[in-house]
Design a protein around this ligand. Structure first.
Ligand SMILES: NC(=O)c1ccc[n+]([C@@H]2O[C@H](COP(=O)([O-])OP(=O)(O)OC[C@H]3O[C@@H](n4cnc5c(N)ncnc54)[C@H](O)[C@@H]3O)[C@@H](O)[C@H]2O)c1
Ligand SMILES: [Zn+2]
Length: 698
């Protein structure tokens, strides 16, 4: 675990100080009331530390509503007095700070603390539950520490806080009210079903729910006890005992009375005899954090024995006998930049948030899940919004809520896709999770549509709808099946007449003659787009040569590095059955004009021969095409122009740089021509270029 003391916000003058106090008090008020603070905890803590630093230098100018030294930053009030103050906790952030704290505690107590109790720091809010004769009669919030708010209306909605104890005793149980992850999700469902805005996070939800009085619905919360103390009516012997026994014994007693404690969790409170043992337990709890069904934001360490606690005493804000070892924050506020829609294996179309990079617990987060479109609508998320992002351990980061009061008016609505972003098919929106209408076939439909496209196999008449039809009829399960389709099979399809059938069959037959480069491209090998496919095809000339090549041999191809090469080899091996099937179906597997290498391995000989194959009018040249082609080149698509350049021995590129040797500039050429002129690069009109490569036009 690394030390991570929160840095300080620097306050330069009295005006900045006054503003900082105002901001902190407002943030706290929202935070404790269950609203969304505009600050995440790190930002809030930084601000308060900055306030404290400025006050230390200007002790005579401290404002009365400053949050320093106060429970809940002084932002909360109450009218039910506490019998004993309900305090906050001081923090440490590293093993060194913790060890220093134990040393100062030992000095205060007069000897090393005999035993520590180590408990998870539950991320909810503190509550005092008063029992009279074993019956739960009153619930009070922490408030400003000396008096809290009566929230007895919540009695009966908090699991782990029984209405009746196992013994008819009069006691006060203190502990944390929180929502488990499941309770939080349930609460948001119920709340939004009633037209409310979802809560930002479980802590927020617990705070808001506990204080809400007249809700049409109730949602369950959970209680964990961490304190047990006498009330004015407590029987004298019990009262005396509660004041004498160790914290760990009080916890056992609370559990015996039927109150839920951390003993029921995967991170029960434990005792430790040394600081080393405490730190080992801190590491254990930290490691379990991400799997817990509730949030924790640290570990609370207390002097276990009542005598040690008494000797240490308390300050106005926090006891001196306990400390919170804070774990790194798992929530940060950042901006939602874009939403991407990804299609899964089963056709589920899932939105993913692209975030302004933010560091959470040592990792930079750029993506977060957004569940489903209904969830986006429910949360009223917009592009440009500030959002609270949650990430714990290896769990996929998620967006909790927009921080609505930070809106500037420039936020834009999130566009939902109208067709499947992968295959272009329809979308089934009947469920919360949207799904491509092609379901599990989505990938196949997309792969076939791509393969049939103009720049790949160029099969006219095989549009998206037709592909879906073929796949749904079970006639085509892979690319090779296209080439064995029969006339009868095609005629059996809806809206397939004789003419369209014959046209399609002719287009498929013609596609068998496409050069290897286009077949490769149609196969969709990752990392090999159109131009890379051409380079590979020209280098190896035949599919057999290519398949015989190992990673080292493939690296001889310009632009293929040590990372790409092995993945291409692996993918070709995976595609072997499909390639064989295509070959059997009569699909061409050679690159016209490329001279096959004598040996497949990238030895010196092979290279020498490759140089030869690269000969041609454009050998050694990098060519960029821009503007509209005319004359002999008029019919050529940009892709076909690039194919031509490479057949003639050159390299095609789409952007002009110092490496460019020739720019073919047609009508309407704009910035690329201008750039070529600035860089002094040779320009050629389409006609001039056509003459240059005349022998390679077909
Ligand atoms: N984002 C904001 O705008 C904003 C505003 C105010 C406060 N805060 C956050 O709240 C923190 C300060 O709040 P605080 O004083 O309410 O609480 P705290 O987090 O500093 O710790 C004290 C509280 O810990 C809880 N606790 C959990 N487990 C416990 C256990 N086992 N034993 C004893 N207590 C346990 C109790 O509720 C107790 O009152 C700050 O660190 C800040 O990050 C944030
Ligand atoms: Zn699809």
């Amino acid at each position: 675990m690394t030390g991570m003391t929160t840095p300080v916000a620097v306050i330069v003058d009295a005006a900045a100080y006054a503003q900082a106090v105002k901001d902190a008090v407002e943030a706290s008020a929202a935070y404790y009331a269950g609203g969304t603070s505009v600050l995440d905890d790190d930002a809030y803590d930084r601000l308060v530390r900055g306030i404290a630093v400025w006050e230390a230098g200007h002790p005579d100018q401290v404002l009365p509503d400053s949050p320093t030294g106060k429970v809940a930053g002084g932002a909360v009030e109450g009218d039910v007095p506490h019998t004993v103050a309900m305090l906050s906790l001081d923090n440490v952030f590293s093993p060194e700070e913790f060890t220093a704290w134990t040393a100062s505690l030992a000095r205060r107590v007069g000897h090393e603390v005999e035993r520590f109790s180590v408990e998870p720091k539950l991320d909810g809010l503190a509550i005092a539950a008063r029992y009279q004769g074993g019956r739960l009669t009153q619930l009070i919030t922490r408030g400003d520490g000396t008096a809290g708010e009566d929230v007895s209306h919540a009695i009966g909605t908090i699991e782990g806080l029984p209405d009746k104890l196992t013994e008819p005793v009069t006691v006060e149980v203190r502990g944390e009210v929180l929502m488990t992850t499941a309770q939080f999700e349930h609460a948001n469902e119920v709340r939004t079903a009633h037209g409310g805005q979802p809560f930002a996070n479980p802590r927020n939800a617990a705070a808001g729910t506990l204080r809400a009085k007249d809700r049409a619905y109730t949602v369950p919360m959970t209680f964990f006890g961490y304190g047990l103390l006498p009330l004015p009516g407590t029987e004298a012997r019990l009262a005396a005992r509660l004041g004498e026994v160790a914290h760990s014994d009080l916890m056992a007693q609370a559990a015996g009375l039927g109150v839920n404690t951390t003993a029921s969790t995967a991170v029960p409170g434990v005792s430790a005899d040394t600081a080393g043992q405490v730190l080992a337990r801190v590491r254990e709890v930290a490691a379990l954090r991400a799997q817990l069904p509730f949030g924790i934001d640290g570990i609370v360490i207390k002097a276990d024995l009542a005598a040690d606690q008494r000797a240490a005493g308390s300050g106005s804000r926090a006891p001196r006998w306990a400390i919170a070892y804070k774990l790194p924050a798992v929530e940060k506020i950042t901006r939602l930049l874009e939403v991407e829609w990804n299609v899964g294996r089963t056709g589920i179309i899932a939105p993913r948030a692209v975030l302004e990079p933010v560091e959470i617990d040592g990792s930079t987060i750029t993506y977060a899940t957004l569940h489903n479109p209904a969830d986006i609508t429910r949360r009223d998320l917009r592009l440009g919004d500030h959002v609270m992002v949650h990430r714990a351990g290896d769990v996929i980061p998620r967006i909790e809520a927009p921080v609505a009061h930070l809106r500037t008016g420039d936020e834009r609505p999130i566009d939902f896709p109208a067709v499947c972003p992968r295959c272009g098919g329809g979308i089934d929106t009947s469920e919360q999770r949207w799904r491509c209408a092609n379901g599990r076939n989505c990938h196949l439909v997309a792969a076939l549509s791509y393969a049939a496209g103009r720049d790949q196999l160029d099969i006219g008449g095989l549009g998206h709808t037709r592909v879906v039809q073929l796949v749904e009829a079970g006639l085509v399960a892979d690319l090779a099946d296209l080439f064995t389709l029969t006339r009868d099979q095609l005629l059996s399809l809806d809206r397939m007449g004789e003419t369209s059938t014959d046209n399609l069959l002719a287009a498929i037959t013609k596609a068998k003659e496409q050069p290897l480069s286009r077949v490769l491209c149609a196969l969709g090998v990752r990392g090999t787009g159109r131009s890379m496919s051409r380079r590979i095809a020209r280098h190896f000339a035949t599919m057999d040569n290519l398949r015989a090549a190992d990673a080292e041999a493939i690296q001889q191809v310009d632009g293929i590095g040590t990372e790409k090469a092995p993945s291409i080899v692996a993918e070709l091996a995976e595609l072997a059955p499909l390639i064989d099937k295509l070959t059997t179906a009569g699909v061409n597997m050679t690159e016209p004009g490329a001279i096959p290498l004598a040996t497949a391995a990238g030895n010196a000989d092979g290279n020498a021969q490759h140089e030869e194959t690269a000969g041609g009018p454009l050998a050694g040249m990098t060519v960029v095409v821009t503007g509209a082609m005319t004359g002999a080149l008029e019919e050529l698509s940009r892709n076909q122009m690039n194919e031509l350049i490479e057949r003639a021995g050159g390299r095609s590129s789409s952007s002009v740089s110092k490496k460019t040797t020739l720019v073919v500039a047609g009508e309407g050429a704009g910035s690329k021509q201008a750039k070529a002129e600035t860089l002094g690069i040779r320009l050629a009109a389409p006609e001039e270029f056509a003459a240059l490569v005349a022998g390679f036009l077909n």
